[in-house]
Design a protein around this ligand. Sequence first.
Ligand code: FAD
Length: 460
Amino acid sequence: MKTVLIIGGGVTGLSAMHEVYKWKKENQSDVRLILVEASSELGGKIRTVKQDGFVMEAGADSIVARKAMGMSFIEELGLEGEVVYNDVGISFIYLEGELKPIPTDSVFGIPASVESLAKSTLVSAEGKVEALKDLYLSNNQFTKNDSIGDFLEYFLGKELVEKQIAPVLSGVYSGKLSDLTIASTLPYLIDYKEEHGSIIKGLEANKKKFQGGEKKFFSFRSGLSTLINAYEMKLDDVEIYKNTRVSSIEKVGEHYQVVLANQEIIESDNVVLSTPHTAAEVLFSNQELKNEFGKLKNSSLISIYVGYDVPDEQLPEDGTGFITASSEELACNACTWTSRKWKHTSFKGNLLVRLFYKSSHPSFVELEGMSEEELLEVAMQDIAESLGITSEPVVSKMTKWNDSMPNYLITHPKTVQALENKLKESYPGILLAGCSYYGVGIPDCIENGVRTARKIIEKL
Ligand code: FAD
């Protein structure tokens, strides 16, 4: 009898297991299926917490609809009736002590028309004039391997980039614009420059592509854990071990001995390693493999929810949240007005906000060592300063994601390829999967789980 062992019960491991499980049922196979998860609950970076009439997420809060809707997991798990979409509204940038709207006619903060630039309240008249360079300067020097920051600044000017574009783009791509290439962010901008002579005009001509419609993100009525619970319910013929940490893996002949923290050993022919790369690295004694894992990088983030016993009407009309432009003004990088954006998160329509503190912020070093009480003080100060709300919160929930947000460096694809090659050579029955390697978005993780499972199925 063959065995498939999946280490890590996050959404990647679960989707991989679900795919193998379906195959087992369809083919009436006797393959033994085992899923091992270190913590007491499945879900990894997906975990919903319900408290005092609020639905909060420890990690991910939504799924990009554009990517997920072509996939089959919602129907397969019977979740069609549970899906809820975000409410759309205006996003703000907190700049110079004020909340200023990101022009609606913009893409990642980049104006998609001259009118959008003209109407922006984020940039001075001089900044706007400088941005008009884009209309007459042509591109002779930038290729897709150059930094997106340099490219945008050259054509659109420093002020527009600093105050309107960088806050949005750095948030989406987790990094300084100077460290990110055009290729890994918005490669089409260089084509637009070529075809239309201007980034702004190119965006204007392609506007339709960026109008995703109203329903851009979705979650579930009872939060994202619904997805995890649905997977778990389906896997009735799988041995699921929670509170079970794998501590090492040894290759013995054609098999693998997976050693658990309690010294128990599980033998398996096929192993999927869908833990974060930092957890995968320590399982091997092979130094070359460890060196490659060491080249992958993570950053940190603290998420703080604060809920109030007051209606959310006191927030700016139609707003759904803000991003901070300058690290000198607030300690947070962004604040989502959760009860506005997601109706299902607040039963009574009371105010719930979520603040994000990232390790890229200079004050993060200080925050890392703080207690929950101290962190709540920082959050309340940010809320008071940006939103003018000084009421006592009725609920707060914080999660520290220490060294656990994957950062895909320019060298990322090369490192992943090297890891795959080394595993094939020394541990051919072990496959890597998950957010450390193949995309961080939930749809990417699910897709990667399915793809990994199919590779194993071929061998069963
Ligand atoms: P993980 O969820 O990290 O799962 C890995 C599992 O392995 C964990 O359960 C862990 O306990 C287990 N494990 C580790 N070591 C061992 C061991 N030795 N033995 C056994 N088990 C082990 N994505 C979106 O699409 N939309 C969002 O809105 C979004 N927001 C996010 C917000 C935050 C704060 C965070 C942290 C992430 C967010 N993401 C979002 C990203 C997304 O949540 C993750 O990329 C995805 O959930 C990762 O799934 P995974 O299964 O690959 O890894």
